[in-house]
Write a protein that binds this ligand. Structure first.
Ligand code: 26Q
Length: 750
């Protein structure tokens, strides 16, 4: 049933709110908006791009969808008339079907493609439980199930007639699609598959990242990856046959499939399997079609995050896929012979080696393009991770620097700044983000307004933190934030040490005239990642100590926000002055949080890593704070005899901070976690040298950068200029720009 805007408004006006719970209202309004939104659905495009991803970190759909449909303000007003504050819907939990940057990127991409009117659709898994909810007990992370569907799921439609059978050697699973429309200039679809059937079958779509430290866990993850890849490929082939018949010569003219990291790479083998078995194509022909259809994005250079599958595991549950993979290996071997690769080169690029299948090598071999997600990252792919492949297939490699959607990450999360921009440069930037650059000529016009907006967004953030964490932060405080997955390479531990050094400097009088500052952390650790969990405990202990010390707590506070998620991020990015992006150079592929902060007018305090490099290139080094070793320096340190213990001996402040791990200042509750962190820095472990993320090497320059920021910020106007310059040059980091590049250089869609 079609519904136009007037009808939507009338229905909303007539909505009875009395006596209804928030959840009831949420479902009713959402369903109304769905009906209205789906009335705008388009005719299918001739050529479509599909984004296969294990994660879609959508967050809350309610506000975003109403905004995309152009009815958010009206709904807010109408509800107000009825005595309902629209913010009550903040009670509705996020759909956290992802755990970090890769999943959030997928969500931003879908938003941008719909916004630009480009036919890009998503395929993923409809997990029953999203990323765990994080509680902090006694400073430790505790994981609780995230039953996100308990509020209802009005933004999805179950499409029972689209269900498919997915066959494993030991069971058959039904994949049932749930469609989430993505509203914009076009209505695209995110299709998430739910596993149904026996209890074992249902398990496949139960959890995001089942623990994979056991054989059973690995098996389940393999099933998940094949499950949604096969459902997607099967559907695309069937659709093609319906429209164009069984001649597959044009398959790649109508479909392009983007593989979001290595997790969906089995889709390649599945396409070849279906074409060769069901439609009797020759292997070479099927391989040729796959080579035209798939493109691969790499999101990490950390070897442990590149998916590999044990050959016996694959053979056991997916014997036909095993056969295809072996044939691909044979075809690869003959191609390498033709190309005269050396044996060493061939084994480096091999799909099958040491009884394992490398999903990365498979994706590089078959992928029509291979892309990194920031300039430096793509360079590292070319010169390091995939250097041999780059030598033989240089034309496959491309860079596509990540982006974020300004609709969620500016218009929605920072209405105040958005309205200020309208008043300063007009509202054309809302339809064409590249117009934001106009602001460069109006920085001084915006100074006063900007400071007011920032102060207001900080006030809102502090109120939220008070409500959720019980920590009070006085209004005049500067905000430094480090929010991201917890990982050693991201170096939250280095920030913890820096805070301890500042704390000591304040207590012993070495640091004077310090502008009151709060450090805000938000991070979830993988449940089995012991060191990351110890770092969370350490930060929470530091927060307790500093916040309760009357000598310093008018100047310095620390908050670890629990259950950091997309909705929390929306508050934090808007209310932050300084964005902390301090990964070891060469290891953060891009980062996207850095872009969100930039767009909301925070300066970056960071290393020359990932997209930070492009951020400071565009916003100006003078408007940001870069410190620490760059990639070349890190390479030299790795080759030389880097000695963190010498640094510790020479610097009393460093040794104070690091020693708190073992001198009884804090207690890890006899878990041994703090000692383990200390040892990782000072003696190393069987798998790594001491301090292999170079925390101690960069710590001194980090503290100096933080103190310089603190001093600079006392000139409120000069500091606001830096912040505004960041906003003014952030258009490049809109995912609209990124998606346009994918659409023209890789997907060829219009
Ligand atoms: C691999 C094997 C086994 C189990 C899990 C995994 C696994 C799961 C998730 C490996 C990697 C991920 C997630 C990676 C991720 O989020 N990467 C981030 O991607 C962002 C978008 O491109 C970048 O901005 C970040 O720099 C990058 O860390």
């Amino acid at each position: 049933m079609r519904m136009d805007k007037t009808e939507f408004s009338n229905k909303l006006k007539n909505l009875k709110t009395d006596g209804k719970s928030t959840i009831e209202l949420y479902n009713e309004i959402s369903l109304l908006a769905m009906q209205y939104g789906l009335s705008q659905a388009d005719v299918p495009a001739q050529r479509n791009a599909y984004y296969l991803s294990m994660e879609f970190l959508i967050g809350r759909s309610f506000f975003n969808n109403l905004m995309e449909l152009g009815v958010l303000d009206e709904t807010r007003e109408l509800l107000k008339e009825k005595g309902v504050d629209i913010n009550v819907f903040e009670e509705i939990e996020d759909a956290a079907l992802g755990n970090g940057g890769l999943g959030r990127l997928a969500a931003c991409f879908l938003d941008s493609a719909a916004g630009l009117g480009l036919p890009l659709h998503g395929y993923g898994i409809r997990y029953k439980y999203g990323l765990f909810k994080q509680a902090i007990r006694n400073g430790f992370q505790v994981e609780l199930p995230d039953d996100w569907q308990s509020f209802g799921d009005p933004w999805s439609i179950r499409k029972a007639h689209g269900k498919r059978k997915i066959k494993f050697a030991d069971m058959t699973v039904t994949a049932v699609p749930y469609d989430m429309p993505v509203f914009g200039k076009r209505v695209n679809v995110l299709r998430l598959w739910q596993a149904e059937g026996s209890a074992a079958a249902q398990k496949i779509s139960e959890y995001l990242y089942p623990a994979d430290d056991t054989e059973d866990g690995k098996l389940l993850r393999l099933r998940q990856e094949y499950f949604f890849s096969a459902a997607a490929v099967g559907e695309l082939v069937e659709k093609y046959v319906k429209l164009h018949g069984k001649n597959f010569d044009d398959f790649a003219d109508h479909n392009v499939i983007q593989l979001n990291d290595t997790h969906p790479v089995l889709a390649i083998a599945e396409l070849i399997r279906v074409l060769t078995t069901k439609y009797k194509l020759g292997f070479d022909k099927a391989e040729g079609i796959a080579k035209k259809t798939f493109a691969y994005t790499n999101h990490t250079v950390m070897p442990e995050a590149l998916e590999c599958w044990g050959a016996s595991l694959v053979k056991k549950i997916l014997p036909d896929i095993y056969d295809v993979l072996i044939k691909l290996q044979e075809s690869q071997t003959s191609e390498f012979k033709r190309l005269c690769c050396s044996e060493a080169e061939a084994s480096e690029m091999a799909i099958y080696a040491n009884d394992k299948f490398s999903m990365a090598n498979l994706a590089v071999y078959v992928g029509n393009t291979v892309n990194g997600v920031a300039k430096l990252h793509t360079d590292i792919l070319k010169t390091d991770l995939f250097k041999t492949a780059y030598k033989y297939y240089p034309n496959k490699f491309q860079n596509k620097t990540n982006g974020i959607t300004q609709r969620r990450w500016l218009m929605l999360c920072n209405r105040e700044l958005s309205e200020l921009l309208d008043g300063t440069i007009g509202s054309a930037w809302r339809d064409d983000i590249s117009k934001l650059g106009v602001l460069n000529a109006h920085v001084s016009d915006m100074l006063g307004g900007f400071v007011k907006v920032k102060t207001e967004k900080k006030r809102q953030l502090f109120e939220y933190i008070k409500k959720h964490e019980g920590v009070y932060i006085p209004e005049n405080f500067m905000v430094y934030a480090q929010v991201k997955r917890l990982h050693e390479y991201k170096r939250q531990l280095m920030t913890a040490f820096a805070i301890l050094e500042i704390y000591k400097g304040l207590t012993d009088g070495k640091i004077k005239d310090f502008r009151p500052s709060v450090f805000v952390f938000g991070a979830k650790s993988a449940p089995s990642y012991k060191r990351a969990k110890a770092i969370i405990k350490f930060i929470n202990d530091i927060a307790d100590k500093i916040n309760s010390d009357p000598r310093t707590n008018a100047l310095l506070r620390v908050v670890f926000v629990k259950n950091y998620n997309v909705s929390y991020a929306e508050k934090i990015v808007a209310g932050t002055d300084v964005s902390l992006q301090v990964s070891t150079a060469g290891l953060e592929a891009s980062g996207t949080g850095n872009m969100k902060f930039m767009m909301n007018g925070a300066v970056t305090c960071g290393t020359m890593d990932g997209a930070n490099i492009e951020i400071v290139e565009l916003a100006g080094k003078e408007n940001n704070y870069i410190f620490g070793a760059d990639v070349d320096e890190i390479e030299r340190l790795k080759r030389g005899d880097y000695d963190p213990n010498a640094i510790l001996k020479a610097d009393a402040y460093h040794s104070y901070a690091v020693n708190t791990l073992i001198d009884g200042t804090f207690s890890d509750g006899d878990t041994g976690g703090f000692k383990e962190l200390y040892d990782a820095l000072t003696v190393g472990a069987s798998w790594h040298k001491p301090d292999h993320y170079f925390v101690l090497h960069d710590l001194k320059s980090y503290v100096e950068a933080l103190l310089k920021i603190n001093t600079d910020s006392k000139d409120e106007k000069a500091f606001a200029v830096k912040q505004i310059k960041n906003v003014a040059n952030s258009a490049h980091f809109s995912s609209d720009r990124t998606i346009k590049e994918y659409a023209s250089d890789i997907w060829k869609i219009k």
